[in-house]
Design a protein around this ligand. Sequence first.
Ligand code: BTN
Length: 338
Amino acid sequence: MARKTTANVPGTTDRRIDALLTLLAENATIVISGAKIAKEIGVSRQQVWRWIQQLRTLGVRVKGHPRTGYHIERMPDILVPQMLSHRLYGTPFARRIHHFFKTDSTNTVAMRLADRGEPHGTVVLAEEQTGGRGRAGRSWISEKSAGIYCTILLRPPIPPAHAPLLTLVAGLAARDAAAEDLAGTPDIRWPNDLLVGGRKFAGILTEMHAEPDCVHFAVVGIGVNVNQSKMPPELADIATSLKMETKKTHSRFELLIRLLRHFDRYYNQFLDEGAPPILRRFAEVSSYSQGKRVRITTVTESFTGTTAGLEPSGVLRVSRDDGRGIEPVLSGDVSEAH
Ligand code: BTN
């Protein structure tokens, strides 16, 4: 449980606030006395009162006061570690969940934790990021409690050449999780932009620390636009959220559980059976895998062509329009060409 693990990370949510929220949410229909709560989570009744006041400012509707007791009227969609941990039982993500109400970037935090020896399966979550990072040095706008900002720390027993497959694993997991919230089918633009109706609603940033023959650790950062009501004007044509697509509010909590469970499934499949099932699944769900007209922009050039499947390492093959044959694309921007 997160209980044992969050104490030494500056800025993480106090594990006793986590316990208080869990207690109130799991007993939503009954009034629990301040004394009982204080005893259960190991603080004074005055402290319980102060935290209840703080939670109210975050949108948690708690009825009652210290003498009569409290009960929760409305539980906002906060990614409470203890509750997530219960629901992720049996996966490597159940034990070490670090939650922040605000941090710079969950990837940056996860890299720091990895350097300090945090184990495989550690999850870092934020309600808000002040310096969310995207691919190619771009930023990732991380509005408070509107999206999922999640980083998974992995210590995979694979050579660095296979690392792009981790990104595909994450993309497939996020795709399957979001599919349940959408009427239309989500697409994956290689390597891992999730699109609906041609607009992007999720992205993945994988960073790693490796030597030529071994990966020390990889951090897989996943950002999903869930309940944003609108996009900034400069992104309006290319980005969207699940809410903007469906006109409904979605549970970030449930979506995150599905995402991490799918991740666990694909990751185990990858370790047990290697790349083929991951590549097959990608080909099934991504219109970009085969026969798609694309423009590829790398640091050195920009060219058009038609996609021709993935290599066993997860690299995209593109048949170039300029007659120079099949180009393996290791990284770069992929956009649809008409
Ligand atoms: C992209 O499509 O450019 C990748 C976006 C990745 C965003 C996520 S949000 C959680 C994690 N923390 C970060 O700073 N970035 C990733």
